[in-house]
Design a protein around this ligand. Structure first.
Ligand code: F6R
Length: 241
């Protein structure tokens, strides 16, 4: 596991976008597994700029999202589909047929999870997975305790995660469950980039990097990955020895 500390959020976003752009330039038909949340917004903004200014093309790239709330209509303002369309897919030349989301409204969510897992496998697995990290060390919606051998499945969100995400739900009704790519699904990505910004991530980052590899800190699994890089700003790195 490599750790790169950047000066601030802007530098972190630029470095992250550079990594994604390099992967797509090297392999235009790359398969990407991508996060939502506040952290990757700067990276997405930079990728859109690169598309507009330097012709970076995503027309052959395949996109999978890490997670989606269960039971939220796809066009709900807080759905992860809405987030990705708004912040990335509608702003680049992505092929709609190559954009995939977990189906949060499927009548049979378990079957939808299996279909999603199969779709990732049939695409050849992810060449690059970009992750954020929760204050409790979660990756995707794999909360503490998620088995390392888990696959795409329905999960219950930690109360702390629901509180943090509550600002996206003016109604106050934050979904209790979500579909997430599993720990093993994520781990099988050929390359993993985890982004963390801000002091409120410092403890989780320190536990993931310097603590034992343990299911109680899901991000600690990255210590075992052959090609994982953490991109941190100085505040997120402030808990490291
Ligand atoms: C979201 C996801 C989550 C977030 C994490 C950090 O798709 O997979 O694991 O990456 O909750 O969220 P932010 O970036 O909002 O702090």
């Amino acid at each position: 596991m490599k750790v790169r500390v950047l000066h601030d959020y802007e530098a972190l976003s630029l470095a992250a976008a550079g990594e994604v752009a390099a992967a797509v330039r090297e392999r235009p038909d790359a398969v990407l597994l991508l996060p939502t949340g506040s952290t990757p917004l700067g990276m997405y903004r930079r990728l859109v700029e690169m598309h507009r200014r330097s012709g970076l093309s995503f027309s052959r790239t395949t996109f999978f999202n890490l997670d989606e709330y269960l039971g939220l209509p796809p066009d709900h303002p807080a759905s992860y589909r809405t987030y990705m369309l708004k912040n990335l897919y509608s702003l680049i030349d992505a092929d709609p047929d190559r954009i995939h989301f977990p189906d949060g409204t499927a009548p049979d969510p378990e079957a939808a999870c299996e279909r999603y897992e199969t779709a990732i496998r049939e695409a050849g697995g992810a060449d690059l997975c970009v992750l954020g990290i929760g204050r409790n060390g979660h990756i995707g919606f794999n909360e503490p305790g998620a088995p390392f051998d888990s696959r795409t499945r329905v999960v219950r969100l930690a109360e702390s995660t629901r509180r943090v995400n509550a600002s996206d739900f003016p109604s106050g009704r934050v979904p209790e469950r979500a579909i997430t790519a599993g720990m093993a699904t994520i781990f099988e990505s050929r390359r993993i980039l985890l982004l963390a910004s801000g002091a409120d991530k410092a403890r989780a980052v320190a536990a993931a990097v310097e603590g034992p590899v343990s299911e109680t800190v899901p991000a600690s699994i990255l210590q075992r990955h052959p090609d994982a890089t953490l991109l941190l700003d100085q505040e997120a790195a402030s808990g490291l020895a």
